[in-house]
Design a protein around this ligand. Sequence first.
Ligand SMILES: CCCCC/C=C/CC(=O)SCCNC(=O)CCNC(=O)[C@H](O)C(C)(C)COP(=O)(O)OP(=O)(O)OC[C@H]1O[C@@H](n2cnc3c(N)ncnc32)[C@H](O)[C@@H]1OP(=O)(O)O
Length: 364
Amino acid sequence: VSGTAMRASQEDFENAMNQVKLLKKDPGNEVKLKLYALYKQATEGPCSIPKPGVFDLTNKAKWDAWNVLGNLPKETARQNYVDLVSSLTSSSKSSSQAKPGADRERQGYENLVVTSEDGITKIMLNRPIKKNAISTQMYHEIMLALKTASKDDSTITVLTGNGDYYCSGNDLTNFTDIPAGGVEEKAKNSALMLRDFVGCFIDFPKPLIAVVNGPAVGIGVTTLGLFDVVYASDKATFHTPFGHLGLSPEGCSSYTFPKIMGPAKAAEMLIFGKKLTAREACAQGLVTEVFPDSIFQKEVWTRLKAYSKLPPNAMRVSKQVIRNTEKEKLHAVNAEECRVLRERWMSDECINAAMNFLSRRAKL
Ligand SMILES: CCCCC/C=C/CC(=O)SCCNC(=O)CCNC(=O)[C@H](O)C(C)(C)COP(=O)(O)OP(=O)(O)OC[C@H]1O[C@@H](n2cnc3c(N)ncnc32)[C@H](O)[C@@H]1OP(=O)(O)O
């Protein structure tokens, strides 16, 4: 799942090709095109055949799907093919066990509820008792859910929270289980995990929408700069209390926030921890639109259902055109933020702030 995941062997690839032939349910045209494109890329490399004419619809769709993979290395295409087939076989197993008429709900997550319906994959943080604070396990679950959603047959992906909070940020107890290697080992592993986590948002290929149902804190806010659209309830607030916690910005916010709202407004949030209301965040460009809480869910989902019916390849390609020029920069920013945070996590300022929260002496 992470960047260190094993590469699929030729045997895995051949097994996956056989599994495709055994699929009981037609996976739909979009997935079939993806399988075709990944197969061609894995076996022949980048698309170099002439583009079919505009009226040769089937071959044109196949060509587009292959061509959009650009210079994706053969081994990565082979791995993606194997992953895609594996997600199809596991979802067909779970959907065959699902009750008739029920949404396709992906099981196996402890703190997420992931559903796919109407072309929308919804990833819901589901730890309301802890205000959806993100535990170490949840970071891994969110990465897995995003990677799976990037390859499933939905057209758009939504992240939201269950309960009154969208997300209260990093679970501050993440730093209490110190391994045998000590604080340094913990900080090193956390920085690697954070880099992978944020990388999944940077690389996410489809429209990614945040449905911010309530207050957002820390990494729940900073990653918003990597979403394509952010809808917020008027009950939401946006708070990055890094100064109070002895921390520094992450989620590429050191780059995206000054770009979105200008350096002065970004500094007030990221250095001094100024909390924004939903309307302020909207005025500053971090939020796309704010809705009264009483109609938030209804309005947002009606709109998203309409968007999900737009041509998926056009949405995907438009996102790439908007985002691709920035990708390399974002990965570099992410790496640097994680390097700085690794130092911060070992600082007295940070350790004392986490202890204060945990001993309930200080609350934001
Ligand atoms: C590890 C590698 C990646 C690191 C990435 C770094 C990211 C940086 C950040 O995200 S910084 C932001 C960190 N978050 C915070 O500082 C928020 C801390 N929480 C609070 O200040 C408050 O809980 C609150 C304002 C979010 C909500 O206050 P309220 O009074 O409404 O509710 P409670 O405080 O009673 O909370 C209910 C229970 O939830 C637990 N909880 C809430 N947030 C967190 C959290 N971030 N980490 C751990 N636990 C959290 C809280 O402890 C209560 O639990 P309890 O009932 O068992 O006491």
